[in-house]
Design a protein around this ligand. Structure first.
Ligand code: TRP
Ligand code: SF4
Length: 404
């Protein structure tokens, strides 16, 4: 693949830490399911990342990986639209991580904002390890291996994507230039033919001298249309536009999901560690029981006290899972005290069940055929490796390694 396609390529990952809950579903998976039809998506179960913090409790890791795969598939991530795979099945992640570690300044890792935060979040663990410090670089390798331009993540991950961009810049700065790049680029311009070559040169000039972003886009589109160019020349000309050498790695961009925060059973953000989650595979009875414990608007002490949904976490879940009609019913009923909180919760329960039912049916099917899940992951790993090998062989060459 050439760097030119990176705008169409999505890469994201999730740590396998057990079954997924509504927060993952609403905040991440629904977005991925949409993206898989619009982009070339690589979704990775990052088991090595799990080991950066859970190295001492890794007994359940296999099971967590399997559970994550089943939950993804059940949620509608489709192996015919997206590539889903397990990080450790693609050893190229490790090699790229190693190679990038040679050029990654220690200070960059120490300054990643999440580093100190995460240390504080895991007070009982000894995280003064090499692996934990280096984990943003491992994440950068995950992304760069596929030359993904688009990385859907939550706001907490923004510093990591920014970090990956810095690594790319440093890499391209150190290794982006071919010795005779200018000459080769000029020769490639010659191959465009007189008319197109002239247009390319003037667009390049407009971008480099006046910073004309539109000219840059037009030139890129022009290059994409040139079906007779070799891939190497196309990449060279792409890099030459920005004055750089041939671009070996591409800078990724974060794609922030604008999903509402999903409240947990205590009204705080839903998270496994808070014990406030509803899981995708929770049975009807379990969901019902969990909702019963949920706090409501504190003003509704008695059944005939009117309430205000804006102050109630149950309402926030209605907004995510209920139909307009049911939301209207709950809003009016709460404010006029014509319904009780139990009525409101049992309606919410049906809404959630309505959305989870088809998903749970799929989950049951996959649970019953673990071989199928394993083969989906194996196929995903093969597809991922094909891409990863390409990138890695360019990276090796650029860094002076050559493996024949
Ligand atoms: N670090 C991410 C998290 O904790 C997971 C992750 C690993 C990831 N590799 C990635 C996300 C690559 C996006 C792209 O949530
Ligand atoms: Fe919350 Fe519904 Fe009770 Fe109103 S009726 S306080 S929205 S649970």
């Amino acid at each position: 693949m050439s760097a030119i396609d990176s705008a169409r390529r999505v890469m994201s990952g999730m740590r396998p830490s057990g079954r997924l809950h509504l927060g993952h579903h609403h905040g991440v998976l629904k977005n991925w399911v949409r993206l898989q039809h619009e982009y070339d998506c690589f979704f990775c179960i990052v088991d090595w990342h799990a080991l950066t913090t859970e190295y001492a409790e890794s007994g359940d890791l296999q099971q967590h990986v399997m559970d994550m795969a089943i939950d993804w598939l059940a949620a509608g991530i489709s192996p015919s639209s997206a590539t889903l795979f397990v990080q450790s099945h693609v050893p190229e992640h490790a090699e790229l991580h190693l190679l990038l570690s040679m050029i990654c300044p220690l200070g960059w890792l120490e300054r990643v904002p999440s580093y100190k935060e995460q240390l504080a979040q895991h007070p009982g663990k000894d995280l003064s390890t090499y692996g934990f410090l280096g984990y943003p670089l491992l994440q950068a390798a995950d992304i760069l291996l596929y030359r993904a331009g688009v990385v859907p993540v939550g706001a907490d991950q923004l510093p990591h994507v920014e970090f990956a961009r810095e690594v790319v810049r440093r890499f391209n700065h150190l290794y982006g230039g071919e010795a005779d790049f200018e000459l080769k680029a000029q020769a490639a311009v010659g191959k465009l033919g007189k008319k197109v070559g002239k247009l390319y040169s003037s667009l390049r000039q407009a971008y480099q001298e006046q910073g004309d972003g539109e000219a840059l886009e037009t030139a890129r589109a022009l290059l994409k249309e040139q079906s007779t160019l070799t891939l190497g020349d196309q990449e060279r000309l792409f890099g030459y536009l920005q004055g750089a050498g041939k671009l070996i790695l591409s800078e990724p961009h974060a794609l922030l999901a604008d999903a509402d925060r999903v409240p947990g059973l205590d009204g705080q953000k839903m998270a496994k560690s808070r014990g406030n989650a509803i899981y995708l595979r929770d049975s009807d009875e379990v969901v019902e029981e969990k909702l019963r414990r949920m706090p409501t608007d504190p003003a509704r002490v008695h059944r005939d006290d009117p309430g205000e949904p804006q102050r109630c976490p149950v309402w926030s879940l209605h907004r995510l899972y209920s139909s307009d009609e049911r939301m209207h019913w709950a809003l009016e009923g709460c404010r006029s005290a014509s319904i009780g909180c139990l009525d409101c919760k049992s309606a919410l329960c049906s809404s959630i069940q309505g959305e989870l039912a088809p998903l749970q049916q799929r989950a049951i099917d996959y649970e019953g055929s673990p071989e199928l899940v394993r083969s989906i992951l194996a196929e995903g790993a093969e597809r991922a490796r094909d891409e990863a090998r390409d990138t890695l062989s360019e990276v090796r060459l650029a860094m002076g390694l050559n493996r024949r």
